[in-house]
Design a binder for this molecule. Structure first.
Ligand SMILES: Nc1ncnc2c1ncn2[C@@H]1O[C@H](COP(=O)(O)OP(=O)(O)O)[C@@H](O)[C@H]1O
Ligand SMILES: [Mg+2]
Length: 323
């Protein structure tokens, strides 16, 4: 089959808290593409990202995004690539920005009838006006304990923590506000953690994967330390629950307007009720990451997974239809 592209830039690194993870995704994707015969330009996006993007636009035909977190997964880099007319993998500007903002994506999920955990949204202005103690006491009354505190716009569980009383909640809020001016406090869902990858045109819902984190919460340490987490794929759950999660994942992906690839995270409580936590628009892409693992369970090699994502690349708004 004739390939759409020969020269591919793999964008990685960036300036978010997930920089190191992104470098690992980027180098795994680059090796896979080289093994497939593509000419690969590895680009570690630093503080001169715009200049780097302008210069790669004349050297390559397409950009493969292996960035995670802010200023990479959130629509900003996507916007520059739109302006430059460079086709790129994954979601467009709006879907990327919505998915990165948990407050906004939850609003859309609620409007679409996709189940989410009950929450209270707190802004830095609320804390300035009432003080941390009063805010924490208010949340304790509204939501109760345990609760999960997370910055609205960060990934990899950075700045997130569980609180079981007002003192812990104050501390958790203080931490979360170091990452973002908007913080989500959610009802803690006691149960199992399941995630669904979506891949390629369509997209195809991959087998459900269960994450069993040794610390209970799948935090930064559990995510990136070998042996601290077990991954079960296909997840040992009843068939109807697996099918329901795949359906919900597709709905969440489409509700935000995602493309090419995504991974939708869920908590499922003791009664089997699923809550959608978030959509990751540029999920980890090392060979040990969750989407590649789930794709392997569906019979795709890592190279095939990477190439399927590459094949969905396009300019999403700017030059569409322009001759
Ligand atoms: N409401 C919740 N109840 C229980 N655990 C949660 C809840 N929200 C998040 N978690 C835990 O925290 C982890 C990270 O949360 P998530 O919303 O997926 O954000 P991110 O992965 O972007 O940091 C989840 O994988 C899960 O282990
Ligand atoms: Mg997550």
């Amino acid at each position: 089959m004739r390939r759409k592209w020969q020269r591919v830039a793999v964008l990685m690194g960036g300036v978010s808290g997930e920089r190191d993870v992104s470098l690992r995704s980027g180098s795994a994707v680059s090796s896979a593409l080289r093994d497939l015969g593509y000419q690969v330009l590895e680009v570690d996006l630093g503080s001169l990202a715009v200049e780097q993007l302008v210069s790669l636009s004349s050297e390559v035909e397409v950009a493969f995004l292996a960035l995670h977190g802010r200023l990479g997964e959130d629509g900003t880099v996507q916007g520059v690539l739109e302006l430059l007319g460079v086709p790129y993998t994954g979601s467009g500007v709006l879907a990327s920005a919505l998915a990165m903002d948990k407050r906004m994506s939850k609003r859309i999920f609620r409007a679409e009838g996709i189940p989410v955990a009950e929450d209270v949204v707190i802004t830095a202005a609320d804390v300035r006006a009432a003080g941390l103690r009063r805010v924490a006491e208010g949340i304790a009354l509204d939501l109760g304990f345990p609760c999960m505190v997370k910055p609205s716009g960060e990934g990899s569980t950075l700045g997130s923590s569980k609180a079981v009383n007002t003192e812990e909640l104050e501390e958790a809020l203080d931490t979360a506000f170091r990452y973002d001016d908007v913080v989500l406090v959610e009802k803690y869902i006691q149960g199992r953690e399941l995630t669904v990858g979506l891949l390629g045109e369509g997209p195809e819902a991959l087998p459900v994967l269960e994450v069993v984190a040794s610390k209970g919460i799948y935090d930064f340490e559990c995510k990136y330390t070998q042996g601290m987490t077990q991954y079960l794929v296909p997840a040992p759950v009843p068939e109807d629950l697996a099918a329901e999660l795949q359906r919900l994942a597709l709905r969440a992906h489409r509700a935000l307007g995602c493309e090419g690839v995504s991974r939708v995270d869920f908590m499922v409580d003791g009664e089997g009720k699923a809550y959608c936590l978030e959509v990751n628009t540029l999920p980890g892409m090392t060979e040990l990451s969750l989407v590649p693992k789930a794709a392997a369970a569906a019979g795709y090699t890592f190279q095939e997974t990477v190439e399927r994502i590459l094949n969905t690349a396009r300019v999403k708004v700017g030059r569409r239809g322009a001759a």
